[in-house]
Ligand binder design. Structure first.
Ligand code: SF4
Length: 325
């Protein structure tokens, strides 16, 4: 993946929230003109005034100007806007972190495999019992499959996940001396471990920069027009090219935090969004500030987070243990 030079971006003032009522460009891509009408004269727009004009056509009314195309955003403008979004999110979510509880690379690897098709909360409520029963790869590799399935059942797809955990633990024991490898090419050879899981482990347990393209990340970066790709690997490569490598891991956390708290899949809370001014998709969700505030989740909405043991700087209450919700 290619990195864009850090020097491509100048410092700018923080974004101010765009006001829905006054936002002529709402819904138009940031950095574009947002114009797509004709000449803009009342007599040419189909308004009642326009209808009167049509009764006595003039040469100008008969030959309207072609619609103006929105100006495409230059590569430099895209890089600047993307990095500004990252900086703004860095201020809003200064406490962004992986939302899986873990104490070592093995625990993070197992938790990430379990997090497929479920919430981090459900995983965090399940892993204390799992790691108490099987603290090491050797212990987990020797687990009774049915007992393991019962422990991880709350995370869903428990048969397939149990198979992956048994397979990856045996591989760690047999091929990597019982240690989680710190290289992408090794991690992706483990059963149940794809590029996304590998990047989570590398970024958060080994300090190796990586971009995590999960459902939130993909949705948001497409809304922001950072990429139009759907394939996670292509998304990863295109987004990586907008930022210095050192930003990749924290960028992933910030974007995922924003997707979980404000920029939801079905109803983004645009009216309460701190980066609305920079977002081409502003207006896709609720723009009324009061109504938007009610859509906020986790600490933003005054609710518990997903981790039972959140980092000390997390501003919300910790998640409850299993069965205490
Ligand atoms: S909440 Fe709305 S304004 Fe904010 S990033 Fe999402 S789509 Fe854009």
């Amino acid at each position: 993946m290619t990195e864009a030079p850090d020097s491509a971006v100048g410092e700018r003032r923080p974004a101010r929230r765009r006001k829905a009522a006054t936002s002529a460009g709402a819904g138009a891509p940031a950095g574009t003109t947002g114009e797509n009408g004709t000449s803009g004269k009342a007599g040419e727009t189909g308004s009642p005034r326009g209808a009167r004009t049509a009764a006595a056509p003039s040469a100008r009314a008969a030959a309207p100007k072609p619609a103006k195309q929105p100006k495409p955003e230059s590569r430099l403008a895209l890089v600047r806007r993307a990095r500004r979004i990252n900086r703004e999110l860095g201020e809003v979510y200064s406490y962004a972190h992986p939302e899986l509880d873990f104490e070592n690379p093995f625990q993070l690897l197992v938790a990430t495999v379990l997090s497929a098709q479920t919430t981090d909360l459900r995983v965090n409520q399940t892993t204390p019992g799992l790691f108490a029963a099987y603290p090491t790869p050797e212990d987990l590799a020797a687990a009774d499959p049915e007992e393991l399935e019962q422990i991880i059942r709350p995370t869903g797809f428990f048969r397939a996940k149990a198979k992956s955990l048994l397979g990856l633990s045996a591989a760690l024991r047999d091929r990597f001396g019982g240690e989680v490898p710190g290289r992408l090419e090794d991690l992706v050879t483990l059963p149940g471990v794809g590029r996304k899981t590998a990047n989570v482990v590398l970024g958060n347990a080994f300090g190796v920069p990586g971009i995590t393209v999960d459902t939130h990340f993909g949705r948001l970066v497409r809304r922001w027009k950072w990429t139009e790709q759907e394939d996670p690997e292509k998304v990863e490569a295109e987004v990586a090219s907008l930022f210095p490598k050192s930003e990749w891991t924290m960028l992933s956390h910030r974007v995922i935090f924003h997707g979980r708290r404000i920029c939801h899949a079905r109803k983004p809370a645009c009216g309460a969004c701190p980066i609305a001014e920079l977002c081409p998709a502003y207006g896709e969700g609720e723009t009324d500030p009061e109504k938007a505030r009610k859509l906020l989740k986790y600490e933003m909405g005054g609710q518990p987070g997903q981790r039972l043991k959140p980092p000390a700087d997390y501003p919300g209450p910790p998640a409850p243990p299993l069965g205490a919700e």
